[in-house]
Design a protein around this ligand. Structure first.
Ligand code: PGA
Length: 251
């Protein structure tokens, strides 16, 4: 059996002015410093405006920094976008790609996402690729097929457990307070690992995170599921105590 370390990732989304981001990062650093060595990895993905100052707070501490998106091109005339090398330049090690809020709010296709993931890999970043079905797709019995198609289309050649994390986030569970049933999460994560075999040489080593209304109260039962290797946390990652409690549920 392969032992995969749990990864607890905070997706701050479009939240936090400078003072909020500093306070949150400092509190997380305080918690991990007080805890000493822990059996899980922590990642925070602040909005672009806070990447640099949050990175300065995290420097030298075991909390990784990540972006929330990147452009497929290395540089150029793309107003408002960030390239993967710009993220690396600020000390980021990860980037979230293909979040449902990008897929649906910005019309990103699997092909767009695969190009972004390839750019992330070229810049030395680990891509956290998000997949997940809508409520209508789940209710029509299409969830497994939808997610398999997203994996097939969004993960480029050259992906391995060293540069890829997958996050399963049922769209209907994001920010809604609804979480998927343990049995459904177990089924989907095992399915994702099977499908990944066509994409990466070492599927058993790829971390597969669950995301969608993960809170301190439900984290332990979700993190105990066999193929769940951590969490991608939105709302609860904005409260240091809640994010830390979710991470501690992996101990
Ligand atoms: P949520 O968001 O925890 O607020 O549901 C999760 C995500 O979108 O990554």
């Amino acid at each position: 059996m392969v032992l995969r370390r749990k990864l607890i990732a905070g997706n701050w989304k479009m939240n936090g002015l400078y003072a909020d981001g500093m306070a949150l990062a400092q509190e997380l650093v305080g918690r991990i410093t007080a805890a000493g060595p822990v059996g899980f990895d922590l990642l925070v993905c602040p909005p672009a405006t806070l990447l640099y100052p949050v990175g300065q707070v995290l420097a030298g501490h075991p909390i990784a920094l990540g972006g929330q998106d990147c452009h497929a091109a290395e540089k150029g005339a793309h107003t408002g976008d960030l390239s993967a090398p710009m993220l690396t330049d600020l000390g980021a090690r990860y980037v979230i790609v293909g979040h449902s809020e990008r897929r649906y709010d910005h019309g990103e296709t699997d092909g767009d996402i695969a190009a972004k993931v390839a750019a992330a890999h070229a810049a030395g970043l680990v891509a956290v690729v998000c997949v997940g079905e809508t409520l209508a797709q789940r209710e029509s019995g299409a969830a497994l097929t939808v997610v398999a198609d997203q994996i097939a289309g969004s993960i480029p050649a050259g992906s391995t457990s060293h540069n890829l994390v997958v996050a399963y986030e049922p769209v209907w569970a994001i920010g809604t307070g609804r979480t998927a049933q343990v049995a459904d999460v177990a089924e989907m994560h095992a399915h994702i690992r099977t499908v990944l075999a066509a994409k990466v040489p070492d599927p058993e080593k790829v971390q597969i995170l669950y995301g969608g209304s993960v809170k301190p109260a439900n984290a332990a039962s979700l993190m105990a599921i066999a193929d769940v290797d951590g969490a991608l946390v939105g709302g609860a990652s904005l409260v240091a105590g809640d994010f830390w409690a979710i991470a501690e549920s992996c101990r």
